[in-house]
Design a protein around this ligand. Structure first.
Ligand code: PLA
Length: 453
């Protein structure tokens, strides 16, 4: 069929198609003289007329988010999702914080609010308040205008933007991440264009920190390398360095010019205090050196699906910070143009208002306390059952997760026999447990351990 076939046709739709084709053939899409019959006979050109994507293999589900997919398919009434780190109430329900509801109401009532695009860097007030929250209101770096903060798509987006920025503008392209770490870290940084290496962190024999190994590996890293540090509540191990150990890490890293990149996904969730959980970051900032910080409001404000977070880069001078921000904009603009407005507005309302802020800290503390109480209950339940092994790490570990030490076969047994869903590395989200479900989990762990799978 030729282009001209449409122009002589009488039906309005054919005439519209004819006009479209004349437009296309006159432009740069097709040479004007081209016979376009193949466009209509076979819109895409896979083998034997099949899909051009037919060769794709089925990709595996994400190791963490895929657990929820499997959980959703299970019809069992006793099923329990301890995979993804998402807070649940004692009733097993997702929680929207009261302060978040109040902030949203304020936003709805404010008729002057509009839905225009935000600037590339996001909501400016949110950025300022986020920097204050993580660095402290009295931070000299903020006072001296040495910090640039951009709103990003939650923690993940902040890590990705930071990674892309470093890959483009930092002289060292290798990032060291803890062994083990959150499963998305290596993917984020590899796709950002960095080379990912690991440093020793967790010692399975003590179920604690391998501090000696950590110091050795960071000591052997090429000068200037980037080092990813979990600010608090290490995922998946729940093992954090002590403040004294942090100080040693800081001294070593600064002496070798290693670049700290903090992932702060759980501020307030570890200790229940926003300031305590930010301490390691503030120690690094206090020495006047540079660093990057990725913040997430998913967990501490329960804003998971709003995708709200921030990337801060602490620089040596205000002059450098301005240039850094200009380059961050060049990273962000072609990636997603500008970030969403709603979540950042909620956070800004809460952080700017003293009463709402105080209410938030109480709700946050209540979440952290409930998780700590789940740790105690699970530990006690295993002790009561006489489950073989030392389970004291359940109460020693910090934050959302317990790294149980259960192996993949035991995890798969617990899923099959008890409908308990968790990641295959033996991590359980303590935030998904409740007093009602602790006995069921303890039974399943007991069975998995005593059956010696
Ligand atoms: N960094 C760490 C260490 C995390 O554990 C997570 C989330 C993020 C960043 C990113 O969170 P955000 O993008 O939602 O802000 N980890 C979860 C969820 C809670 C996930 O895997 O996406 C987890 O279950 O490990």
């Amino acid at each position: 069929m030729k282009t001209s076939d449409f122009s002589s046709s009488s039906s309005p739709s054919d005439r519209r198609i004819g006009a479209l084709l004349r437009h296309l053939t006159a432009g740069t899409y097709f040479p004007a003289s081209d016979n376009l019959s193949s466009v209509f006979a076979s819109p895409t050109s896979g083998i034997n007329g099949g899909s051009v994507f037919a060769h794709l293999v089925q990709a595996p589900e994400d190791p963490i988010l895929g657990v929820t997919v499997a959980y959703n398919k299970d019809p069992s009434p006793i099923k329990l999702n301890l995979g993804v780190g998402a807070y649940r109430t004692e009733e097993g329900k997702p929680l929207v914080l009261n302060v978040v509801r109040k902030a949203e109401q304020q936003l709805i009532n404010d008729k002057s609010r509009i839905k225009e695009y935000l600037p590339i860097v996001g909501l400016v007030e949110f950025n300022k308040l986020s920097a204050k929250l993580i660095l402290g209101a009295d931070s000299p770096a903020i006072r001296e205008n040495r910090v640039t903060t951009v709103e990003c798509l939650s923690g993940t987006g902040s890590l990705r933007v930071g990674g892309e920025f470093l890959a483009k503008h930092y002289h060292q392209k290798t990032i060291y991440i803890t062994q083990p770490t959150w499963g998305n870290h290596p993917k984020i940084f590899t796709l950002a264009g960095l080379t990912v290496k690991t440093y020793r962190y967790y010692d399975p024999s003590t179920q604690g920190l391998n501090f000696q190994g950590l110091l050795e590996d960071l000591g052997a890293a090429p000068p200037g390398s980037i080092v990813l540090l979990h600010a608090c509540a290490h995922n998946p191990t729940g093992v954090d360095p002590t403040i004294q150990q942090w100080e040693q890490i800081r001294k070593l890293m600064r002496s070798k010019g290693l670049m700290p990149f903090f992932d702060s996904a759980y501020q307030g969730f570890a200790s229940g205090s926003l300031d305590t959980d930010a301490k390691p970051i503030r120690m690094f900032v206090a020495d006047g050196g540079e660093c990057l910080i990725a913040q997430s409001y998913a967990k501490n404000m329960g804003l998971y699906g709003e995708r709200v977070g921030a990337l801060s880069i602490v620089c040596k001078s205000a002059e450098v910070a301005v240039k850094v921000e200009s380059q961050l904009k060049l990273v962000i603009r072609p990636m997603y143009s500008s970030p969403p407005i709603h979540g950042a507005s909620i956070v800004a309302v809460i952080l700017r208002d003293r009463n709402l802020f105080n209410e938030w800290t109480l709700e946050l503390k209540a979440m952290a306390d409930r998780i700590i109480s789940m740790r105690k209950q699970l530990f006690e339940a295993l002790r009561a059952r006489g489950t073989p092994g030392d389970w004291s790490h359940i109460i020693k570990q910090i934050g959302m997760f317990t790294f149980t030490g259960l192996n993949p076969a035991q995890v798969s047994f617990m899923t099959k026999e008890y409908h308990i869903y968790m990641t295959s590395d033996g991590r359980i989200s303590m935030a998904g447990l409740s007093s009602k479900t602790v006995p069921h989990l303890a039974d399943s762990i007991h069975a998995a351990v005593t059956k010696a799978i």
